[in-house]
Design a protein around this ligand. Structure first.
Ligand code: ZN
Length: 155
């Protein structure tokens, strides 16, 4: 394993152990549930979209493997303060990265670059992208009624 891969691994393990933005968000304007049945990962993403269309706050809860949890943690850190369209664009680029299709290999994706190695493990792509799919479902939902929380499955 190269030094770079070891560094990436340690960032993922750190976010798994101490996830950022983990917890409930009672003031959420948008939320969604995501499941990756192949691995057993489950995530709930809740966010506050302000009147300007900016993700003012975002949190997640759930459980799953280290990759899914670290990805949710890094996703929330990456999209907080971004507009909805910026967040969707970031998801498109992250998705290309984990599929091994990003021409920059994540070099302009900030900390998200730590998931570049996932492309070599196709079964892990769904773990890494679950939180992002769930974020997208939340942004598209507009649901404030918890009974109407949309659910996505990456299976
Ligand atoms: Zn997983």
């Amino acid at each position: 394993m190269s030094d770079l891969q070891e560094l990436y691994q340690s960032v993922i393990l750190d976010h798994n152990r101490k996830p950022r933005n983990f917890g409930e968000l009672p003031s959420a304007s948008h939320e969604a549930d995501g499941r990756n049945p192949l691995c057993g990962d489950e995530v709930h993403v809740a966010l506050v979209l302000d009147e300007a269309g900016t993700i003012a706050d975002v949190k997640f809860t759930g459980h799953g493997c280290a990759i899914s949890k670290a990805s949710a943690s890094l996703m929330t850190a990456a999209v907080k303060g971004k507009s909805r369209s910026e967040a969707e664009e970031l998801f498109a680029r992250f998705h290309a990265l984990v599929l091994g299709q990003d021409p920059d290999e994540g070099k302009t994706l900030g900390q998200l670059v730590v998931f570049s190695g996932v492309s070599r493990f196709p079964v892990r792509v769904k773990c890494a992208s679950l939180a992002w799919h769930t974020l997208k479902a939340a942004l598209e939902s507009g649901a404030t009624d918890t009974a109407a929380v949309p659910a996505v499955s990456t299976e």
